[in-house]
Design a protein around this ligand. Structure first.
Ligand code: NAD
Ligand code: UGA
Length: 463
């Protein structure tokens, strides 16, 4: 069956990056076969579900692409060994979370999934294989992967296949953002490809040239590519911490954070993106990637550089604590016997991902003060919310509408900028709440004057 395909691509890891990225490659390159493999059976079953609304990841546009390509040239399976052995190009797209124990705990990336992928490739790959780092990795990881791949000849029984086996390694970090993954993949600002040999760089570039303007393909050496990914995330997160730090100053001085962001963002040297103040950045990557950068700086003896970047994470945590404290202060200094409705649990709108969501830390602070929390999120499932809290916590209620969440509540805290929050019947919501009824808008998203006119007491971040 594979014979009709001109290239065989395998991707290890069917997560938020592997799934959408490979779907877009399969969509744009019908002449390639794309096998996405994972060890997580539940995830693979969900990718193969006949009900396309049950795909494991919610991304606008993803369903349409998977519908078109799945079982045509895009396959999701648990057949890790088989798919590795058939592939010309293998993308490694596994998770690289922060280490929780051992050397570098709390900062360095845990590379155990990268190592196990590399070992599997070393064992099962045949002939010449291009191994592509798609995961975000500490600079110099390619060195480790190369060592593992090249030691395969010592580990395996030497036969004809082993002799023919050889590897090239390429770094091709992913810059997609969740919620806009398909748009970002279809129209990327750039595609970054770092490598050591022109042939492999060209092979990977040729995949993207099927739909990306060649001028947008940047090629570098391996280390620049690996490092650029960490630095890109650090710069993006730094802008958020910068604007959030100024949001506090706005609240004291009477300036308005949205006006300040617009005024400074109109300077083309600054630019308008990533200047939206809020409850701090969440998501699986910003914090982990900055902490990894901090670790690397310190490892290489650059203490001041590490300290500088760590501040970006510190301000993020400070902003979340600041918001919880403000809520408590405005509700007369105590939350015991009070019900608070939390609107939004995903780390940003248009995704069901809750990893490192600001809602988690802020909710924990409020629970500690004795609050009962009533959640509503249009895309996050009940079990995803419950799992974030201690089993013994009973003061958590999950609702399927915003109105139900607000029933009897003293306050609503808006933590995710879901578009539908703008179109809720706020008058009806006001009517079902206990008075004085508060709205704490940590996303500076709602129409403050309208809410005030209805009768709400309103706190809006940075205003
Ligand atoms: P994820 O946790 O959603 O998916 C990773 C998948 O890899 C999991 O399903 C896991 O079961 C699988 N896996 C782990 N080890 C495996 C093995 N040995 N064999 C087969 N499967 C294995 O992670 P993600 O969000 O897709 O992130 C992957 C990488 O991409 C990370 O390095 C991350 O930093 C980076 N990244 C993520 C995003 C994002 O938006 N989530 C964006 C850019 C880059
Ligand atoms: C981010 C980067 O934008 C991607 O380029 C990168 O590929 C990805 O991390 C990664 O490496 O994982 P993502 O985390 O999906 O993407 O989403 P963002 O849109 O960057 O938002 C991150 C967090 O920052 C969210 O909590 C969001 O609400 C917050 N944010 C973003 C703000 O508070 N203000 C802004 O102006 C922008």
């Amino acid at each position: 069956m594979e014979n009709k395909f001109t290239k065989n691509i395998c991707c290890i890891g069917a997560g938020y990056v592997g799934g959408p990225t490979m779907s877009v490659i399969a969509y744009n390159c019908p002449e390639f076969i794309v096998n996405v493999v994972d060890i997580n059976k539940q995830r693979i079953n969900a990718w193969n579900s006949n009900d396309f609304s049950k795909l494991p990841i919610f991304e606008p546009g993803l369903e349409k692409i998977v519908k078109k390509c799945r079982d045509r040239n895009l396959f999701f399976s648990l057949k890790v060994e088989e798919c590795i052995s058939e592939a010309d190009i293998i993308f490694i797209s596994v998770n690289t979370p922060t280490k929780t124990k051992g050397i570098g705990a709390g900062f360095a990336s845990d590379l155990k999934w990268i190592e196990s992928s590399a070992r599997q490739i070393a064992k099962f790959a045949k002939g010449h294989t291009i191994v592509v780092e798609k995961s975000t990795l500490p600079v110099k990881t390619a060195e480790t992967i190369k060592l593992i791949l090249n030691s395969s000849k010592q580990n395996n029984k030497i036969n004809e296949d082993t002799h023919k086996k050889n590897f090239s390694i390429v770094s091709n970090p992913e810059f997609l953002a969740e919620g806009t993954a398909i748009e970002d993949l279809q129209n990327p600002d750039r595609v970054l490809i770092g490598g050591e040999d022109d042939y492999s760089i060209d092979v990977v570039s040729d995949i993207y040239k099927n739909w990306v303007d060649p001028d947008k393909i940047i090629t570098t050496n391996l280390w620049s590519s690996e490092l650029s990914k960490l630095v890109a995330n650090a710069f993006l997160a730094q802008r958020i911490s910068s604007i959030n730090s100024i949001s506090a100053l706005c609240e004291i001085t009477g300036a308005n954070i949205n006006e300040v962001a617009k005024a400074i963002g109109s300077d083309s040297r600054i630019g308008s993106k990533f200047l939206k103040a809020g409850p701090g950045f969440g998501g699986s990557c910003f914090k982990k990637d900055i902490l990894n950068l901090v670790y690397l700086c310190r490892y290489y003896g650059l203490k001041e550089v590490g300290d500088y970047w760590e501040q970006v994470v510190d301000i993020n945590q400070w902003q979340q604590r600041r918001i919880s404290s403000l809520v408590i202060k405005n509700l007369f200094g105590t939350l015991s016997n009070k019900k608070l409705a939390v609107f939004g649990f995903s780390f940003k709108a248009n995704t069901n991902d809750t990893r490192e969501s600001p809602s988690i830390n802020i909710s924990k602070d409020l629970l500690q003060e004795g609050a009962k929390l009533s959640f509503y999120d249009p895309k996050v499932k009940e079990k995803q919310i419950v799992i974030e809290f201690d089993k013994s916590v009973e003061e958590i209620f999950i609702n399927d509408t915003a109105l139900k969440a607000a029933e009897g509540a003293d306050a609503i805290i808006v933590l995710t900028e879901w578009e539908e929050f703008n179109y809720l019947d706020w008058k009806k919501i006001f009517d079902v709440m206990r008075k004085p009824a508060w709205v704490f808008d940590a996303r500076v998203y709602l129409d403050k004057e309208n809410l005030k006119n209805i009768g709400f007491k309103v706190w809006s971040l940075g205003t």
